[in-house]
Ligand binder design. Structure first.
Ligand code: EPZ
Length: 424
């Protein structure tokens, strides 16, 4: 991970063209962890070539799984995973600090081998990110959990036992971790107030192809009838709705016309509805969505919510659009405590944004001017690129390793639709 790399973006170009969307990071990560549930082979197509997936592959190999990486494709690559020889059951801080999603290993390893020792995945720039729902749910399934010396030590005396779990909040990660733990448990597990994100439906598809019995993903009650063992699977990861939303926003903010290809339009409904409110023309086709930006965007308000509400992972990008819109916009962030960090950096570019707790008031300005800014986190980094695309002169964006975590071939894709962006 090259800490010193930066992007230099030249503003003032209208973006135009088509972008092939990659496999979804937030579907691929739990699916890769789920491959540990079986001694059989998992063939996973459309795995995005991003830093987080590379880290997950490193962890799987360290645990003793064999991972073969197929040739690079437009939207991702094929992985062949065999976890018949899982030997080590420890995941250290070097991994959990770099990628919180290593927590997804708890469910599958506890279910399959009955043990895991994992370093506590601390918080990140967008919030403290506790894992209490994960741990409580695993304990209810019969796991013994001890937390000491910065590690979580979890073990199962014999086999996990199905039970009823109510989530205090529809957490995406907790829903996925407990689904994976429950597929090999004795009896039936019911997860109530479950998260409904499309990535959870994709995980259910993967698990059921392996021979699991999961029903209800996409709704707020998920039922899992435990089975003794699983087989092999071949699966294609769904397209990344957040990457797609980000490119549509790039077309919108530059007054351009951008089409994202290889997407599931319904997954973007909340995002396209907001873009339309800002005066963007949106056209949906079979597997594609086009955004045509107006001469000047209109202000609007948004509130982030669990799916199918407006995704928090598109909130920073929308703040960049609102920064140059006509009028005052109000953002209410209901998912994470600290997700307005990018406002400071946008202000360096001339934006007029006030934040108070979970509310941000964005007074649109006529123009931004280029400056040197720093990426606080993944989606926030993309907001800075969007702002740089319309700012006068050049914008230098530091700490872009955050962006590499979740966007595949970003410079190539942006350059192909007319952006001037360079990694230095
Ligand atoms: C997933 O994170 C995504 N990550 C996040 O995307 C996304 O922002 C988030 O869901 C919400 O949509 C992946 O899928 C890998 P949560 P996750 O558990 O699972 C609280 C990106 O940019 N909570 O749904 O960690 C938590 O603090 C990333 O791609 C607890 O209190 O999110 C938060 O306020 C960023 N205790 C809320 O629930 C818990 O045990 C939602 O978190 C778990 C969560």
């Amino acid at each position: 991970m090259k800490q010193h790399e930066r992007y230099v973006v030249a503003g003032g170009r209208r973006l135009e063209g088509e972008v092939a969307i990659s496999g979804a990071k937030n579907a691929a990560l739990p699916i890769l962890a789920a491959a540990l549930l079986t001694a059989g082979e998992s063939v996973i197509h459309n795995a995005p070539m991003i830093r987080d997936v590379a880290v997950m592959i490193e962890i799987l190999r360290k645990l003793g799984a064999r991972v073969e990486e197929g040739p690079a494709g437009v939207s991702g690559r094929t992985l062949h995973i065999r976890a018949d020889g899982v030997s080590s059951l420890e995941v250290g801080a070097d991994f959990t600090r770099e990628m919180r999603s290593s927590i997804f290993l708890m469910g599958p390893l506890l279910a399959r081998v009955g043990k895991i020792r994992i370093s506590y995945p601390g918080g990140c720039a967008i919030g403290p990110r506790p894992i209490d729902f994960h741990l409580r749910g695993l304990e209810m399934l019969g796991a013994r959990i001890e937390e000491r010396f910065g590690y979580i030590e979890a073990s199962v005396p014999r086999r996990l036992r199905g039970t009823e779990i109510y989530l205090d909040f529809p957490s995406v990660g907790a829903t996925e971790n407990l689904m994976m733990a429950a597929v090999l448990a004795e009896g039936t597990t019911v997860i109530r107030n479950a998260a409904r994100e499309p990535e959870i439906v994709d995980l259910q598809e993967f698990l059921n192809k392996l021979g699991a019995k999961v029903r209800g993903a996409g709704l707020d009650v998920i039922r899992i009838d435990g089975v003794r063992r699983l087989g092999s699977v071949e699966h294609t990861v769904i397209p990344d709705r957040i990457e797609a939303g980000t490119f549509l926003a790039a077309g919108a903010i530059t007054g351009g016309e951008v089409t994202v290809q290889g997407v599931i339009p319904e997954h973007l409904d909340a995002v396209t509805a907001k873009l339309r409110e800002m005066g963007v023309t949106v056209r949906e086709g079979a597997g594609s969505v086009t955004a045509i930006g107006p001469r000047r965007l209109k202000a609007t308000d948004l509130k982030t919510l669990p799916y199918p509400g407006f995704p928090t992972d598109m909130q920073p990008q929308m703040m960049a659009l609102m920064a140059v819109a006509d009028g005052t916009s109000i953002i209410t962030e209901t998912i994470f405590e600290n997700r307005f960090k990018v406002a400071d950096e946008l202000r360096r570019l001339g934006a007029n944004i006030k934040t108070e707790g979970r509310t941000a008031v964005v007074q649109g300005v006529r123009s931004l001017s280029g400056a040197t800014v720093e990426c606080p986190a993944l989606r926030e980094g993309m907001a800075l690129i969007l702002a740089g695309l319309v700012a006068e002169g050049e914008t230098e964006i530091e700490a872009i390793y955050h962006i590499d975590r979740g966007y595949q071939n970003l410079e190539e894709k942006l350059t192909r639709i007319g952006a001037v962006i360079e990694r230095r």
